[in-house]
Design a protein around this ligand. Structure first.
Ligand code: CDP
Length: 226
């Protein structure tokens, strides 16, 4: 295994990125980096400090100051904020509703992208997000863009949330995910778009295992310069 391999997985909410990224990382002995968790952490901090989501300067200041740490090992992923484990807290529907407002602030993105690039500098990551193949790791050894119909994505999200104790209707999730997709696709800086050299996989009718099999066919473990 080439120790320098970085793999980028982008796509819209609920396409199954984190599930396949975690499993792929475990199989290839790479480190999983959930970049969405970082934008969610800034959002949680903004909610806790009653920061106005329309105040870009205040959000940027939060992003610069926030002390987050990511831990990944053997398929597990955790994130801490000032040492507090916020892995569960960042999944709340409230954070999901606001996170795209935080992620569209250019100065927030600059800070998070820089942190992500530092995490990948030695290679060996499977990084998932929205702009990994286009912005964070333009030289990644393999780039994937994972999609699925909005109905399939909302149904998956409903299952995830119910396992975490949140009951949200399918209709509400379709509305929320569509709004978040639109916000992510239309923002001025690093919008959600497949990289020109990304391989698109539609996961609507595929299991995570089937998606991973397709990905592994494209991963060249020796030819990588990320
Ligand atoms: O897990 P889910 O697909 O719901 O989203 P996530 O990966 O946790 O990302 C939450 C939000 O963070 C996204 O809707 C984007 O607004 C933002 N994000 C981003 O802008 N760039 C990234 N690299 C990752 C996430």
């Amino acid at each position: 295994m080439n120790p320098k391999l970085n793999i980028a997985i982008d796509g819209p909410a609920g396409a199954g990125k984190s599930t396949v990224a975690k499993q792929l990382a475990r199989r290839l002995k790479l480190t999983y980096v959930d970049t969405g968790s970082m934008y969610r952490a800034v959002t949680l901090q903004a909610l806790r400090s009653n920061t106005d989501f329309n105040n870009a300067d205040a959000l940027a200041q939060l992003a610069v100051k926030i002390k987050i740490a990511l831990f990944s090992g053997d398929g597990d992923f955790r994130i801490t904020l000032d040492g507090e484990d916020i892995t569960q807290a960042i999944r709340s529907p409230e954070v999901s509703r606001q996170v795209s407002l935080v992620a569209k602030v250019p100065a927030v993105r600059t800070n998070m992208v820089h942190r992500q690039q530092l995490m990948a500098v030695a290679g060996g990551t499977v990084m998932d997000g929205r702009d990994i193949g286009t912005r964070v790791l333009p030289n990644a050894g393999a780039k994937f863009f994972l999609t699925a119909t909005i109905e399939a994505r909302a149904a998956r999200r409903k299952l995830d949330l119910s396992q975490q104790g949140y009951q949200v209707s399918l209709a509400a999730l379709i509305t929320e995910i569509a709004a978040r997709d639109a916000q992510d696709q239309n923002r001025a800086v690093d919008p959600l778009v497949p990289a020109a050299d990304a391989i698109t996989i539609d996961s609507t009718n595929l299991t995570a295992g089937q998606v991973i099999k397709q990905m592994e066919k494209h991963i060249n473990v020796t030819g990588n310069d990320a």
